[in-house]
Design a protein around this ligand. Structure first.
Ligand SMILES: Nc1ncnc2c1ncn2[C@@H]1O[C@H](COP(=O)(O)OP(=O)(O)OP(=O)(O)O)[C@@H](O)[C@H]1O
Ligand SMILES: [Mg+2]
Length: 278
């Protein structure tokens, strides 16, 4: 894994350059320029027959470029719902969500899928790999959707992403031929292959043992110190402690939002002074 991490260190130096804040004609005046994620008074209500389920009851959350944020809270508190909105997989019932200063509600379906494909990488609770399909093909998929026509380039990038997460010897394995930790690393490679500036992870370590958890958290640390914005949902206190900031949800509301005591906040200060801004 150490070799994989050093190759990750080399490969992830530069996420896609972020657009200048406010450079879009549709950038919303008055939005804080540094906030890459700006959720404003968002509610989400699901209708289940006659019953309305209030998954989010007025959430405001602003995340700056390059932050590493953990979202914690009990089961059913609205964490995944919030993540789906942040990742443009779902829209708020009320309230607004600005991504890089642009109101997501104003984006066309094409723009949304472009954002989902290039700007945001997802790692889901349940891996969401395609069964009976090799690790390599799973990782290539976002490049196919992203319109990379050259199969040689797709292959090269997918191989590189899998090597980055320590799976250089598992290209042809299908999901059911991989351990849980390896499947999650394939999912991370898939999330990184388009070189997104934002990584969203929903319980990425939920199904992993402690050794695999540490390996994954080391990968997230590197992604963070290379300038990516990382938002991670977890139930585990020691996982949350690796972030800079911990946001707690309860019953669809944010009940606390605090710097992490042990997290990478201090390390971040040291590292940012060494690194040119992304
Ligand atoms: N598609 C849906 N239709 C109806 N209700 C939903 C839907 N998705 C989520 N909910 C409800 O919204 C609430 C919040 O769900 P959410 O998945 O965001 O919780 P969570 O904090 O991620 O929980 P967990 O830790 O168990 O993953 C829950 O009460 C859930 O039952
Ligand atoms: Mg969830």
């Amino acid at each position: 894994m150490r070799g994989a991490l050093s190759s990750l260190r080399r490969m992830i130096d530069r996420p896609d350059p972020a657009p200048e804040p406010g450079s879009s004609p549709r950038a919303v005046a008055g939005s804080r320029p540094a906030a890459v994620i700006d959720v404003r008074q968002v509610t989400k209500t699901y209708a289940l027959g006659d019953v309305a389920v209030h998954a989010l009851r007025g959430v405001s959350l602003s995340v700056e470029r390059g932050e590493y944020v953990a979202i914690i809270g009990a089961s059913g508190s609205g964490k995944s719902t919030l993540m789906h909105i942040i990742g443009c997989l779902d829209l708020p019932t009320t309230g607004r969500y600005l991504l890089d200063g642009i109101d997501v509600a104003a984006m066309s379906e094409d723009e949304l899928s472009d954002v989902r494909n290039r700007k945001i990488g997802f790692v889901f609770q349940s891996f969401n790999l395609i069964p009976r399909t090799s690790a390599l093909q799973n990782v290539e998929l976002p490049l196919v959707y992203g319109g990379i026509r050259s199969s040689a380039e797709r292959l090269h990038r997918a191989q590189r992403a899998l090597t980055m997460v320590g799976l250089g010897d598992r290209f042809d394995h299908q999901p059911n031929e991989l351990s849980g930790g390896q499947q999650q690393r394939v999912a991370i490679a898939r999330a990184l292959v388009t070189n997104p500036s934002i990584l969203l992870a929903d319980e990425p370590t939920g199904a992993l043992d402690s050794a695999a958890t540490v390996e994954l958290l080391d990968i997230f640390d590197r992604l963070h110190t290379s300038g990516r914005t990382v938002v991670l949902i977890t139930h585990e206190a020691d996982v949350a402690a690796r972030a800079q900031r911990v946001v707690r949800l309860r019953d669809g509301r944010i009940v606390s939002d605090e710097p992490s005591l042990q997290g990478s906040g201090e390390r971040r200060v040291t590292l940012t002074s060494e690194m040119s801004p992304v």
